[in-house]
Design a binder for this molecule. Sequence first.
Ligand code: ADP
Ligand code: ZN
Length: 528
Amino acid sequence: IPPRRDLTGSDPRAVLQEVYGYDDFRGDQAAIVEQVIGGGDAVVLMPTGGGKSVTYQVPALVRPGTGLVVSPLIALMHDQVDALVANGVRAAYLNSTQSIDERRMVERLYLGGELDLLYVAPERLGNGQTLAFLQRGSLSVIAIDEAHCVSQWGHDFRPDYLALGGLADAFPDVPRMALTATATRETHREITERLRLPDAKHFVASFDRPNIQYRIDPKVDPRRQLLAFIRSFPGAAGIVYALSRKSVEQIAEYLAGQGVDALPYHAGLPPEVRAANQSRFLRDDGVVIVATIAFGMGIDKPDVRFVAHVDLPKSVEGYYQETGRAGRDGEPSVVWMAYGLGDVVQQRRMIDQSPGDRAFKTRLGRHLDAMLALCETVGCRRQNLLAYFGEESEPCGNCDTCLTPPETWDGLIPAQKLLSTIVRLQRERGQAYSAGQLIDILRGASTDRIRQLGHDTLATFGIGADLSEQDWRSVIRQLLARGLLVARGEYGTLALTDASSGVLRGETPVPLRRDVLGRGGSAVRKSS
Ligand code: ADP
Ligand code: ZN
């Protein structure tokens, strides 16, 4: 660690210029820095790319003592500390990946007052030993990053965060900050309460990212849709998110085979491969990283031009955070998602089979419902997204539904046909089926399975031949999203819900969104 000029007591703006080379603070940064340098607590809700880092780093440099940064992402501490050291900041971290010798050296530097910033993982602060050690030195500020992890109802709960409220007792005179890039009103309240920040000043920036264009398309042939999307950004860097490691690898391989400079990233890859792929993405131009959500938290690559989701994210918070990695430089960027019936069925199944208790499953179900509502909205996507975070806004003019307002059509009759087919199969034969077989019955398909099961003798056989298979999938997907139908068990067999009876009686209107492929550009036809 290089020695450098002591900045204690300096003017914060001068520190910003000298250390970071920025001309001035932006947004709420100056006010936050002032609050904390004055010794007050702060809760900071600011979207990704908003510039949270300097709001705790500058006070750490200006106030006497070491700034403690609690960050859950051990993998990133190393990079963050390296970047700080490169700017002449005396920064270090303590975590489980270090040798005893390394740890001792960092501890010595801290106790000697020779560190500006010290990063630690939350699990270390749960034990009294670490707290006692930290009390032997002197802290200037405590910053709790990714503070939404304290929320049990949030999408990223980490039990270690619950102990962080204890920092209030251990360091009553040190200003504390909680920072996050994602918080609903409920999560905001939990952060304030659980991290014990009753007197904190709250800084809530708008979560709007106006340079990001939102697009969600029905999933038809996801790989080809993805390829067409990526090809509309020649030479640009982007991130593709998929849910499983296996699909990450398959998609990366497919894209590479099509001439895209694509690399996989997931927790199951050897650490050296992961590190190499990440650094190629950061350093070279035009690399597309295909990743599970393990990738991206805290990655500071300003010129990511697009983010694609080929699987439905589990929550709106997750979607917002992942899409937020696009366009941190403020330049126009596009985020796109392919979403289909299979995603709904799969995620309901994952929730049903998850080991948690009833409350846990209810929470996951609520997250999924909000995500589905965003997918199926006929209104502005951004308005829907911001409303989820408690922010009111006007239609944005820069999302797929604003640019090409979706048509709606009356889906009551098809919905009744489908629901009555399900009822008949259940009543007359004690059977339940998943979407594929039901569509074959409705469309009057002549398959071996239809004949073997005698489904061609059902009264509803062939009554839905006026709609294509794709239309039926769209109907079923939207009914599932609205809770007018439910998918059960390992095969996603479809069943009625309490709300379905209103549809059968013709009392519940069923306006449906007409699916259009590739709105705003890449039209794709199904190949098989
Ligand atoms: P967050 O942690 O909120 O996602 P960062 O702290 O990583 O955001 O900052 C996002 C980007 O904005 C970074 O590239 C950073 O260098 C830049 N940045 C932050 N504050 C300023 C500023 N006052 N002037 C210019 N650039 C800034
Ligand atoms: Zn819009």
